[in-house]
Write a protein that binds this ligand. Structure first.
Ligand code: IMP
Ligand code: MG
Length: 176
């Protein structure tokens, strides 16, 4: 298939993404005013989102990254998660905000929350750009959510299919 055949319906255009990122940043700036907050971007999908979000904040904050891989097929998470890259920072006693690209089953995030909670942060919250409510298997508390999307596999704005399409400026469904 050519690239044009893979990219399907645009679900969230670039300008809508940008506006929502600014709204989320305003909420986060208000909620974390005067707090020592560290953003944890989950590699690789959240890279574009966290970069835009951080620049839209009007509070000081740090950024760090974690990479995890979920065992299972490319399009379905198994819930068995392996840490590929851990944080550089120590988060004990700090306000931690996990920045995720998408919550599908929620199993990856559930693992991350448990893993980071065990390090005794002062607080631990999640900001997810996208959630697929129809597919969620675990009930997770998501403090900030960008968009709820239907049960479709999406690409763009950091999200990949086999490591491709991350740089699309919008979020689109894949064909087929
Ligand atoms: P979960 O553990 O099922 O919530 O899956 C989370 C991870 O699967 C995300 O961080 C993504 O890397 C990947 N993923 C889930 N749905 C999609 C999608 O529609 N497009 C691209 N990646 C996805
Ligand atoms: Mg992925």
């Amino acid at each position: 298939m050519t690239q044009d055949e893979v990219i399907g319906e645009v679900l969230i255009p670039a300008d809508v993404l940008a506006n929502r990122v600014r709204e989320l940043a305003a909420d986060i700036s208000r909620d974390y005013a005067d707090k020592d907050v560290i953003l944890i971007g989950v590699l690789k999908g959240a890279v574009f989102f966290v970069a835009d979000l951080m620049r839209a904040l009007d509070i000081e904050c740090e950024i760090d990254f974690m990479a995890v891989a979920s065992y299972g097929s490319a399009m379905k998470s198994s819930g068995v998660v392996r840490v590929l890259k851990d944080l550089d920072a120590t988060i004990e006693g700090r306000h931690v905000l996990i920045i995720e690209d998408i919550v599908d089953s929620g199993l990856t995030l559930q693992y991350l929350l448990r893993n980071l909670n065990a390090r005794d942060p002062a607080s631990l919250e999640v900001c997810a750009l996208l959630i697929k409510p129809a597919r969620q298997k675990v009930d997770l508390k998501l403090r900030y959510v960008g968009f709820e999307i239907p049960d479709r596999f999406v690409i763009g704005y950091g999200l990949d299919h086999d490591e491709r399409y991350r740089s699309l400026p919008y979020v689109a469904a894949i064909e087929g």
